[in-house]
Design a binder for this molecule. Structure first.
Ligand SMILES: [Zn+2]
Length: 465
């Protein structure tokens, strides 16, 4: 019970509630505790999801929502933000099957870690109280607010108990079906500064002139998908590592994860081998889940499995064919394993066709602009010295002729076998190929490729392409 207070308009910058008026406390205001007069001690005012999706609420309106978790996203770091460091998307469903996206920040995002690996039977349900409706790209979502929001996850309170009762008795519901999908939402925009940090830009043919451990970006066309290697694998929900089918215990299908032992729930993840080609050669790339999803219009392996069937080994979804013929930047590390095993299968760490990144890449291979930072001769230590191919001979010769360049280094190093040749050619103006630096790079690398092919490379079977 409250006495000696005042009522004012609730029109501040950040009203916690969308009520019209607020109570103002004075020093003389008295608050007295009284006995319960209502069962609902939490005061939830649960809003229908249809109202949220139909944009009935304004940005920053506060709502209470209840739902069963159907999907949990990865924790996404927020760059260049003083306040918020990470976010996570969680998708909840009401008893009608309508879904609403919730975004949780910082500590709130971490609260869902335990449910990502949840093998428990039955829905994980929460009430989010005093959440904010927000619109991102016109799409409504519910966020926890900086102050005031409360969450009750799987708590034994009347609202959750009765929701679960309704949710689990709806037609077609089965405990075993209720899996929480773990997914990776699209990451924030990548800048050239981040993407090309400490990497070497190369051609496919130029990669093998690099030292092991070098981080490389090449720009090539997806010539075909090596469908014979399949398109996905069963992953442990906690670590995304491959889960192997193990001896089933009872009626439940069981798997084994190297890190997490026996597990009962797995999710499909993309693992696709692409044959990538440029003017200097071709090579297979293994592309995993997030990258594959991004270049295939955001489709997830989980969605494909739901659409085409659970036996993922039995088919190859045409959803993935959209990338064939497209050109992408492929970022990867040229590993000692690649050298030792003579394996030319590179694991793509990042795949992108972002126009700004592509332009940045191409700038390194354009003609002219000697003196531009990117055209500085890389360190001597970086130049390949062991090979006998034409490209490295040219580089070494070039370096010997310009010893003052030795001290120069650039974070944004460009592959030696390409750029030095450009520069070299530019200094021999009678050479006709200088009008097309890209072609000359290709030809040089190509010829070097054919020389070293006998020495250390697999001969690429044209039919294999
Ligand atoms: Zn695991």
């Amino acid at each position: 019970m409250i006495s000696d207070f005042s009522i004012g308009e609730n029109n501040g910058i950040l009203p916690l509630l969308n009520h019209k008026y607020k109570i103002t406390f004075f020093q003389s205001t008295k608050v007295t505790r009284i006995d319960h007069f209502d069962e609902d001690v939490f005061g939830f005012k649960l809003e229908p999801f249809s109202d949220i999706l139909s944009k009935k609420y304004n940005d920053k309106d506060s709502v209470d929502v209840i739902g069963a978790i159907v999907a949990i996203g990865d924790i996404i770091p927020i760059p260049n933000s003083l306040m918020k460091k990470v976010r996570r998307t969680v998708i909840i469903e009401d008893t009608e099957g309508t879904r609403v996206k919730c975004t949780f920040w910082d500590k709130w995002a971490e609260m869902f870690n335990q449910y990502v690996s949840n093998d428990a039977i039955g829905p994980v349900t929460f009430v989010l109280q005093l959440a904010k409706v927000k619109y991102f790209k016109d799409e409504p979502a519910v966020h926890n607010s900086l102050f005031g929001s409360r969450i009750f996850i799987n708590k034994d309170i009347p609202a959750i108990t009765s929701f679960k009762q309704r949710y689990t008795t709806k037609e077609g519901y089965s405990d075993g079906d209720h899996k929480i999908e773990v997914f990776t939402p699209p990451v924030v925009k990548m800048t050239p500064e981040i993407f090309f940090k400490q990497i070497v830009k190369s051609t496919v043919g130029g990669v093998r002139d690099l030292e092991s451990g070098t981080d490389v970006v090449i720009y090539g066309k997806v010539h075909r998908i090596q469908k014979e290697h399949g398109w996905c694998y069963d992953a442990c929900k906690r670590c995304n590592k491959m889960a192997r089918v193990s001896k089933s215990t009872g009626s439940r299908k069981a798997y084994t994860c190297d890190d997490h032992g026996v597990i009962y729930q797995v999710v499909p993840r993309f693992k696709v081998i692409l044959r990538v080609i440029d003017e200097t050669g071709s090579t297979p790339f293994v592309v995993f889940d997030t990258n594959m999803s991004r270049i295939c219009n955001g489709v997830s392996a989980y969605e494909i499995m739901n659409k085409h069937g659970q036996n993922t080994a039995d088919y190859f979804p045409d959803d993935l064919n959209v990338i064939v013929g497209n050109k992408y930047l492929f970022k990867f590390t040229y590993t000692q394993h690649n050298i030792n095993s003579n394996s030319q299968v590179y694991t793509a760490k990042s795949v992108s066709d972002d126009a700004e990144l592509v332009a940045h890449f191409n700038a390194a291979f354009a003609d002219g602009h000697v003196g531009d930072d990117q055209y500085k001769t890389p360190d001597v230590s970086f130049a390949h010295t062991g090979g006998l191919d034409a490209a490295s001979l040219n580089i070494n010769k070039f370096l010997l002729e310009t010893p003052d360049n030795q001290a120069q280094s650039s974070i944004n190093r460009v592959v030696a076998s390409s750029v030095n040749i450009d520069k070299f050619l530019l200094e021999t103006p009678d050479n006709q190929v200088q009008t097309s630096a890209n072609n000359s790079v290709g030809k040089n690398d190509g010829s070097s490729g054919s020389k070293t092919m006998n020495k250390k490379r697999d001969i690429i079977d044209v039919d294999e392409l």
